[in-house]
Design a protein around this ligand. Structure first.
Ligand SMILES: Cc1cc2nc3c(=O)[nH]c(=O)nc-3n(C[C@H](O)[C@H](O)[C@H](O)COP(=O)(O)OP(=O)(O)OC[C@H]3O[C@@H](n4cnc5c(N)ncnc54)[C@H](O)[C@@H]3O)c2cc1C
Length: 418
């Protein structure tokens, strides 16, 4: 039996440790926080959308970066296998709209408790409050890690080596750094000769130049279309829900669009909201004319209440270049055309994403070219593995990102010593 060190007690690390422990290896799981699964705790708004109940092809279709790399991991440990593992540890699951799987209790803490039981059953030694500083490599092989323990007396702690036959790095990305994911794994990978695709926040709100968004903060729009372009080139388009924030826009449509928007490369990003996607411009014009004829003597801001949420009306009127007090009977054909144009494509200049503190995942990471997709072992350093979000893989919302963590973690842990 071999000595295995797993670095990081998040989703990927816990499954990697459990899989290796179940094979009878001596496993130490090292986590820098005072408890494991801190990020898991906040997933799914505290309910933990643990996976998506779809087949492997369905999973792959929702992966944004490097889906082919995940083929073998998804087939080796799919949502069904994950569900059986978690339910066997006393956490029953349910499936909701969009095949999203949650614990029946709606408590992410119950998922964490299930993993704690599985870790105990697999005889994994858990070391909390312990940070890995470095992966130790000799002659092209990982031989351990160097750790430093948080000292309760706040006096300086000495770093010390922990020898191992195998090291699995599961340190996550750079998002929500307060949960412990501070990008340490990228440093370990770079120091040991691996390529890194520049990490950037993804599934993240957009910041816009237009100040009027703050007047709409909290307003959520349903059944709208959002198109995001860089210059004239369409980046992403979708139909569904979004919302305004104090600094820009967010919600499901925006988060999805953010997966395809790299602000380092794209410098001319614009969002267009079609507020009435079910109607053509002609149909919408007829509809507006009807509303106008019923409100001829009212000001324009009081004539659009049937068509739009109240707070949005002044924005549309102003963007159309019309005085807010102008009477409906004075609105020209050209002004009406401007209203229609804005209803079908309310424009926002997107200056950036909201940053790692607000982003759900990290896009980029350890290049999959350097990793064996069947086992997650490095092709450069033997005995060294990278799994979960630290890798250059990411997916859309719906439980897919956690399934990446479970599947890649299992691939590494279960292949040790084979
Ligand atoms: C608000 C929010 C909600 C989300 N909701 C969902 C959801 O419902 N469904 C879904 O599929 N995905 C969701 N995600 C994404 C999902 O949480 C991540 O993709 C997943 O947690 C990645 O797992 P991981 O194990 O690779 O990394 P992490 O969960 O980030 O775990 C990494 C661990 O490594 C530890 N660590 C880091 N460096 C060191 C070191 N040097 N030494 C020791 N330990 C270290 C960290 O403390 C941390 O515990 C959400 C993310 C966020 C931020």
């Amino acid at each position: 039996m071999s000595n295995v060190v797993v670095v990081g007690g998040g989703a990927a690390g816990m499954v990697a440790a459990i899989a290796a422990g179940q094979k009878g290896h001596n496993v130490i799981l090292i986590e820098k926080n005072e408890k494991h699964g801190k990020k898991l705790f906040i997933t799914g708004k505290g309910r933990c959308n643990i996976t998506n109940d779809s087949d492997e092809q369905g999973l792959l279709a929702n992966v944004v970066s490097n889906p082919k790399f995940l083929y073998s991991a998804f087939y080796g440990f799919n949502p069904q296998a994950l569900k059986e593992m978690v339910e066997s540890a006393g956490c029953p699951l349910k499936t909701e709209r969009g095949a999203r799987v949650f614990p029946v209790s709606d408590k992410s803490s119950d998922v964490i408790k299930a993993f704690e039981k599985l870790l105990r059953d697999a005889n994994v030694e858990v070391r909390l409050n312990t940070t890995v500083r470095e992966v130790i490599v000799r002659d092209g092989k990982a031989i351990g890690v160097r750790i430093i323990r948080k000292n309760p007396n706040h006096t300086a702690s000495k770093s010390m080596p922990v020898p191992a036959d195998y090291v699995i790095v599961c340190t996550g990305g750079i998002t929500y750094p307060l949960t412990g994911s501070t990008g340490d794994g990228y440093r370990f990978a770079a120091q040991t000769g691996h390529s890194i695709r520049r990490p950037r926040p993804s599934l993240v709100p957009f910041i816009t130049k237009e100040n009027w968004v703050k007047d709409l903060a909290g307003l959520s729009l349903k059944n709208v279309s959002l198109t995001v372009k860089n210059g004239n080139k369409e980046i992403n388009s979708g139909f569904g829900e979004m919302l305004f924030t104090h600094h820009g826009i967010s919600g499901p449509l925006v988060l999805t669009a953010s997966c395809y928007t790299d602000f380092e490369k794209m410098k001319d990003v614009h969002a267009f909201i079609d507020l009435k996607p079910a109607l053509t411009e002609e149909q919408l014009d007829k509809r507006v004319l009807r509303d106008f004829s019923e409100n001829e003597n009212k000001s324009i801001t009081n004539a659009l209440s049937d068509l739009l949420p109240q707070s949005l009306i002044p924005v549309i009127v102003s963007e159309a270049g019309i005085e807010k007090d102008k009477k409906v009977h004075d609105i020209t054909k050209a002004e009406r055309a401007e209203i229609i144009r804005n209803l079908k494509g309310l424009h926002l200049t997107v200056t950036n994403s909201a940053g790692p503190e607000e982003s759900i995942i990290t896009s980029g990471g350890v290049s999959v070219k350097d990793i064996d997709p069947a086992t997650m072992e490095s092709k450069i350093i033997s005995g060294l593995y990278f799994v979960g979000e630290v890798l250059d893989v990411d997916a859309l919302t719906g439980g897919f990102n956690l399934q990446i963590a479970w599947s890649t973690g299992y691939a590494a842990g279960s292949s040790i010593g084979e």
